[in-house]
Each structure stands twice: as structure tokens, then as C-alpha cells.
Design a protein around this ligand. Structure first.
Ligand code: ADP
Length: 475
């Protein structure tokens, strides 16, 4: 009888969690509105919103006419990528080489010099390996695109200072330094004659590739270790920068949406604990509910609490108190386990969390926890995307004026493409399906067919190379 009671207390705890994390479409629409309003506030004045709405100085996106060979570096979260692409004009990529390297953990918290030396050396080895068969004339002035997926205050398209680290990085001497200068110095130390022609955020890179292939691409979202978004804004809507002159009349805005916050977000006690114990409390609230760095850890926290309150997982395993032991890919593997006896779930519980011999109904409960966490993440990301569309009047409601949402339909519906990148979206099928489904649900069946989400694999890096191309072509 006692163990039955415990089981029911766990079921109740799961119900409560599901309720607290629920995202009915009405709540998602409130998040959509909050996102659009915060975007407006962030554009109105510096510090006007938790959304930084950073200027990128990218005012012309690649249009497919670019040609030549370009390199790019992409410093994201867990991986570091080096790329070489050969553009052939007419929206074509003739050649494409990528090398991925994990960033050694110890370099993430040391000095900027050590960090950039590692990057420069890796690039040098890559160029020597891949570039031997090239005529020097094929490499246009050795222009390099640099994707740096952390908040940067840009001062031009090829310079900018680091505002703060996210995603577990903490190289303190880098903060407020010019990122390109650091890289450029490391390149010279290694004797590499390359010029950083474009410094971009991963979302901006993704938007650039999206636009290279499809000119209806107006926004980009990255959902990997962290999450961010950018979009094309009218220069005259960037109120905090009066008189901003751009050749196209528009500019890409890097939202840094990981820091978005609204009281409408369905926050649970697990989110609060995760935040309080993180390296950056009260920061990146949206990111902590959505991105790959955190989802597995939310699941771990729920299992941990259940295991403390009952014996359904057997004797308490100390692994359950270790932050980040359950990574998001492992959590996804449990969620997507389609074996009849959920053997993958059992295996991961055993190997990762030291939890042995769990009956099937408990394994099903674990899958359910993964589902609640992932569904909420995907649906909130979807609401964020529709929030951007609302801000620029592409959600069918006529956008916003002076920070107030207009609810009435106006204007002609236009085909609108959003480029999406990041391991969570590209590799976690259930997450992707939940997100796509929620975008359509929020927009409604009349408008949904006009909005297309397109995957841009490695978009962040390729886009930086394309922007290096389009900027060097113009300068
Ligand atoms: P980054 O964001 O680190 O630059 P990616 O865009 O490749 O790199 O995203 C990697 C992140 O995506 C991982 O940290 C992980 O959280 C998530 N991820 C990758 N593969 C999967 C997967 N199969 N299932 C769930 N999450 C995944």
C-alpha cells in the first residue's frame, strides 16, 4: 500500500509539472505579443528591454551573385568549425569543406590569447591541408568571415566588442575587447595573412545563407547549445539610432533573444533552481527554457525530485544531484526510444544516472518528463518566431505601432521564409515537429501556408563566408 501511495504522489508531481509547463495556444499568443512589444522597446532606446536588439551593420544580404573562395570560422557553443566555400555566382556553391573540432574545456575559462591561439592554429592547419591545390588568385584577398555566437556590440561589419559570455564560457579578459582584433593578432602570431572581413553572430550567418538561396528570407533562428534570432528591420524603425543611413534602407538586427523575458512564460520551480545555480543567474531566461544546454538538465531535476520523494527509482543515486550529467542528446534518445520495452531509456538511466532495474511504467514516466520539457521548449521557440513576424507585419495581423499590438488583419499576405539552424532543431526530430506544429497553430490555417521554416545546415559559418564575400566585393 505504501509503495502504491508513493507511485500516486509521483504521478501527482508529474501532473503538477505538466500543468506548470503547459503552453496552450492562448498563452503562446501572449508570448508572441510580449516578444513583439519587447522588440519595439529594445529598438526604441538602449537598455529599453531585456532584448538588446543589437545593430549588426549588415545592410545588404548576399543575393547569390557572389563568387570566389572564402574561409570562415565559427565559434559556437560546444563545437568550433572551420569552413572553406567556393561560390560560383547564380546562387551556387561549387565547393564546401567543413572541419569540426570540440573546443577543449580548459580553454573556455582561460585567457583570450590561449583561446585565439588555438583557433588561429586550427585555421592554419586547415588552410595548409585544404588549400594546397589552390592558385593564390583563387583566394580573394584571403578574406575571412568570423561567426562568433556570443553577444557582441558591433562597431562596424568587421569589428565589435564582447558584451558578456554565455553557454558556460568565462574568459574574463575578453569582455569588452574587440573580438576581431583578438583574432587578427592571433592570426599574425601564426603568420596567417588573412583579413577578417565580416564579424557576425550565428543567427546573422544563418540569415545570410537563407537569403543567398531565397530572397523572401527575413529572419533566422538558431537553436543549438544556446538560442538566438535575428531579422531584417527597416532602418527608420531603429529609433535608438536616429538618422541611421544604410544603402538598402534596412539593417539586420541581432535580437539576442536568449535573454527575452516575460511573465507569460510558464516557469516552474525547476527553472528557478536551474537559474539560481547557473553561472549567469537572472540572465538568458528564454534560453534556459529552450536550448540544448539546459533541456537535459531540467529533466534531471524533475527525476531527482521524484527520486528524493519516493523510491520509484530505487535507492537515491548521487548522480542525480550532478548538474548537466544528463545531456540533451541523451534525453532526446530516451524521448525518441521506440523499442517496445523502452530499453534505450533503461540503458541511459543505468549508464548515465546509475539508476538500475526500472519497471516499464517508470520508464514511460521518464519519457513523459522528456516530452513535457521538449514540447514546452519547442512551442516557446515557435511563439518567439511568430513574435518576430508580428513585429515586421508578416503574421497577417498588421504588425505593431508605437509598441501597441494591432489585432486586425491588414495588408497583403506575403511569402515569408525563416531560416533555422542548430543541433536541437536539426537533430531532434520531435522537437522540430513540435516547433513546426506550434508555428502553424499560432498563425492559423489561413496564414500558416505563407510562412516557411527552412533548415540551413552549417548556415552560420557558410553565411559568414558569404558576407565576407559580399563585403569584400563592395569594398
Ligand atoms: P552549437 O550550438 O554548440 O554551436 P549545434 O548547433 O550543433 O552547435 O548544437 C549542438 C547542440 O544541439 C548540443 O549541445 C545539443 O544540446 C543539441 N543537440 C545536438 N544533437 C542533438 C540530438 N540528436 N538531440 C537533441 N539535441 C541535440
Amino acid at each position: 500500500v505504501r509503495s502504491r501511495r508513493r507511485w500516486w504522489s509521483v504521478v501527482r508531481a508529474l501532473d503538477e509539472f505538466e500543468e506548470a509547463a503547459s503552453t496552450p495556444v492562448g498563452r503562446l499568443r501572449q508570448v508572441v505579443d510580449a516578444m513583439a512589444v519587447e522588440m519595439h522597446a529594445g529598438l526604441a532606446s538602449e537598455g529599453g528591454s531585456k532584448l538588446k536588439m543589437l545593430l549588426t551593420f549588415v545592410d545588404n544580404l548576399p543575393d547569390g551573385s557572389e563568387s570566389g573562395i572564402y574561409y570562415a570560422l565559427h565559434v559556437g557553443g560546444t563545437n568550433f568549425r572551420i569552413l572553406r566555400i567556393q561560390l560560383g555566382g547564380q546562387r551556387s556553391i561549387l565547393g564546401h569543406d567543413v572541419e569540426r573540432k570540440p573546443i577543449p574545456q580548459h580553454l573556455m575559462t582561460r585567457t583570450s590569447e590561449e583561446f585565439f591561439d588555438f583557433i588561429a592554429l586550427s585555421l592554419k592547419e586547415f588552410v595548409e591541408r585544404k588549400g594546397n591545390n589552390l592558385q593564390p588568385s583563387q583566394v580573394r584577398g584571403n578574406d575571412l568571415g568570423f561567426t562568433f555566437s556570443f553577444p557582441v556590440k558591433q562597431t562596424s561589419v568587421s569589428s565589435g566588442t564582447l558584451i558578456k559570455w554565455t553557454k558556460g564560457f568565462a574568459i574574463d579578459d575578453m569582455v569588452e575587447k574587440d573580438v576581431v582584433e583578438c583574432l587578427q593578432k592571433a592570426l599574425s602570431r601564426r603568420g596567417l595573412d588573412m583579413n577578417v572581413a565580416a564579424l557576425v553572430n550565428d543567427s546573422v550567418g544563418t540569415l545570410a545563407v537563407g537569403h543567398f538561396y531565397d530572397k523572401d528570407t527575413v529572419a533566422a533562428v538558431v537553436i543549438g547549445t544556446g538560442t538566438n534570432a535575428c531579422y531584417l528591420e527597416r532602418a527608420d524603425a531603429i529609433i535608438k539610432c536616429q538618422g541611421l543611413l544604410t544603402t538598402s534602407g534596412g539593417m539586420v538586427i541581432n535580437m539576442e533573444w536568449g535573454n527575452f523575458w516575460s511573465s507569460h512564460l510558464p516557469r516552474t520551480s525547476y527553472d528557478m533552481d536551474l537559474d539560481a545555480e547557473s553561472q549567469n543567474p537572472n540572465d538568458q531566461g528564454f534560453e534556459k527554457m529552450i536550448s540544448g544546454m539546459y533541456l537535459g538538465d531540467i529533466v534531471r531535476r524533475v527525476i531527482c525530485k521524484m527520486s528524493l520523494a519516493s523510491d520509484i527509482f530505487g535507492p537515491f543515486s548521487s548522480k542525480l544531484s550532478t548538474r548537466f550529467v544528463l545531456s540533451t542528446p541523451l534525453m532526446a534518445a530516451m524521448h525518441e526510444d521506440d523499442s517496445p520495452d523502452l530499453s534505450e531509456v533503461a540503458k541511459i538511466l543505468e549508464e548515465t544516472l546509475d539508476i538500475y532495474v526500472v519497471p516499464l511504467k517508470i520508464r514511460k514516466l521518464v519519457v513523459k518528463i522528456c516530452d513535457v520539457v521538449t514540447r514546452r521548449a519547442a512551442r516557446l521557440a515557435a511563439a518567439g518566431i511568430v513574435g518576430i513576424l508580428k513585429k515586421i507585419g508578416r503574421d497577417g495581423t498588421g504588425g505593431i505601432t508605437s509598441g501597441r499590438i494591432k489585432g486586425v488583419r491588414s495588408g497583403k499576405l506575403r511569402r515569408t521564409v525563416v531560416a533555422v539552424e542548430g543541433g536541437l532543431y536539426t537533430s531532434y526530430t520531435i522537437f522540430r515537429e513540435y516547433l513546426n506544429e506550434a508555428v502553424a497553430e499560432i498563425l492559423g490555417e489561413e496564414i500558416a501556408p505563407y510562412v516557411i521554416l527552412k533548415v540551413m545546415e552549417d548556415g552560420a559559418g557558410i553565411g559568414a563566408a558569404m558576407l565576407a564575400a559580399s563585403n569584400s566585393a563592395r569594398s
